[in-house]
Design a protein. Structure first.
Length: 319
């Protein structure tokens, strides 16, 4: 406990000294979420992370999350220094969509508007017309439909088919998926619902279609937290990374939050309920990067300039 308190006060001092702000995702360790909020930073979903870092005057943005989040911060703020506790914090969606194959896919369908999820590399964003996060995917696709557009969507096939079903848009889907959400299982969830008949089921749309079908609420991390706050239900089954439970339990101390079942629980599953890359962020490596300035996020300026366009389009749309 002493070591933790020492690390926290060291990080607080370093953030001040370096004119740095900490931006954290709901999936990182609760210590980092609390620290971000206690030091004037933010804990949020990917859309608000991008917005907050962009609008904040600090010279350095420290991103506790995964690489695409650090890259998005750098693309939007090329003049700022962007640091991450661990640059190896990847995302299976990003890894599953290499730019060369993606560009060839786009070239094969020039009649389609290219919409990519935030969970992609800078180079993939540079090839896109629009970027979206899970919280804004539906309104953006509806907007494109009104303009009569056909869509090429990448990389998450579950989010893509959810959006397709909700909007009726003509969407061609890249076949990527999130290794964490892919593990939620419909059959076990049906059994859990039966055992907890009053519970509301909250599902992130990166989950498989059969799991999304069982949801009472489908939404981004921020949207799921706000649904838990607003609902009169006392019990919730949550199908998204269990890092989110910290915020849910803090905001709703009298409500009960249960993790949705994964088939791998108890088995040898390294991506069940918690993202192994989000888990790479900790107090120790955060203090280290603030001290030694290593782990700076770099994005090729020419790619960054092109990638900025679809991101800014989304931010503009969100306003
Ligand atoms: P949101 O926080 O935008 O819902 O995205 C979840 C995610 O994929 C982060 O890994
Ligand atoms: Fe990527 Fe899934 Fe991890 Fe989010 S939880 S960073 S989508 S692998």
């Amino acid at each position: 406990a002493d070591e933790k308190a020492e690390l926290i006060s060291r990080i607080k001092r370093l953030l001040k000294e370096q004119d740095a702000v900490l931006v954290a995702h709901y999936y990182v360790h609760p210590d980092l979420q609390d620290l971000a909020e206690a030091t004037g930073g933010i804990v949020s979903d990917s859309l608000d992370m991008a917005n907050f870092g962009h609008q904040h005057p600090a010279k350095t943005i420290v991103v506790a999350g995964v690489r695409f989040m650090g890259e998005t911060a750098k693309i939007l703020n090329p003049e700022k220094r962007v640091l991450m506790p661990d640059l190896e914090a990847e995302c299976s969606l990003d890894l599953g969509c290499p730019v060369d194959e993606f560009a060839a896919f786009c070239d094969g369908h020039p009649d389609r508007t290219v919409v990519v999820y935030a969970n992609t590399s800078a180079a993939v964003k540079a090839r896109a017309d629009w970027m979206v996060t899970s919280s804004i995917a539906l309104p953006v696709v509806r907007h494109l439909m009104e303009q009569g557009r056909k869509i090429l969507w990448a990389p998450d096939r579950h989010l893509g088919s959810y959006v397709q079903e909700q909007t009726g848009a003509d969407m061609l889907l890249w076949q990527g998926s999130c290794i964490v959400h892919d593990e939620y299982k419909a059959k076990e969830l049906i059994e859990m619902k039966a055992a907890h008949p009053g519970a509301l089921v909250l599902v992130h749309p990166e989950s498989p279609r059969a799991v999304v079908k069982l949801a009472d609420v489908v939404g981004s991390t921020t949207q799921l937290i706000s649904a838990a706050q607003k609902s009169v239900a006392q019990e919730f089954i949550v199908a998204t990374d269990n890092g989110i439970l910290h915020k849910m339990r803090t905001l709703c101390p009298d409500k009960v939050f249960l993790e949705a079942p994964t088939a791998g629980a108890g088995a040898n599953c390294t991506s069940c309920s918690h993202c192994p890359w989000m888990a790479m962020n900790g107090l120790r490596n955060l203090a280290e990067v603030l001290e030694n300035g290593r782990n700076e996020v770099h994005v090729d300026p020419a790619i960054g300039l092109r990638a900025k366009q679809p991101i800014e389009k989304m931010l503009e749309f969100a306003r």
